[in-house]
Design a protein around this ligand. Structure first.
Ligand SMILES: [Zn+2]
Length: 136
């Protein structure tokens, strides 16, 4: 396991601000279409199912399972240099949407598809906390 990844600050915009502000509070928030009810992630202005712009927000549990993953053994780009090997994964939240993230808190070889995980916001850096997941 390499050193922890220190992400550069994500760019906030009006579509993603609620997500990053929630993460800084230690919370995961999702969008639900107020017209058709589809729950979605990544944040976006328009429902991918019905194209409605009506949106409501719901807090997610922070629990999920590994949907798929890869172990990165080489990455020379900062800030990832020295952080390998690390796990890049899609975690399927128990609410349904999938989050592109890292799995931390275990050796990369221990990660399995279907493994139960919980969100881990790590250390808040200023206004920023990046949600990662660790074994439940
Ligand atoms: Zn919709």
């Amino acid at each position: 396991m390499g050193k922890p990844i220190e992400n550069p600050a994500p760019a906030f915009d009006w579509e993603t601000r609620f997500w990053w502000e929630g993460c800084a509070r230690g919370e995961l928030w999702l969008q639900r279409c107020a017209a058709c009810g589809v729950l979605r992630h990544r944040p976006r202005a328009v429902c991918p199912a019905c194209l409605s712009g009506e949106v409501a927000y719901e807090q997610a549990s922070g629990r999920g399972t590994v949907y798929t993953f890869t172990v990165t053994h080489q990455n020379h780009a900062p800030p990832f240099r020295g952080c390998t090997p690390y796990v890049l994964a899609y975690v399927e939240l128990e609410e349904g949407p999938r989050v592109l993230t890292n799995v931390v808190g275990c050796e990369p070889d221990a990660v399995r598809v279907g493994m139960p995980v919980v969100v881990d916001f790590g250390e808040v850096q200023g206004e920023i906390a990046v949600p990662r997941f660790r074994p439940a």
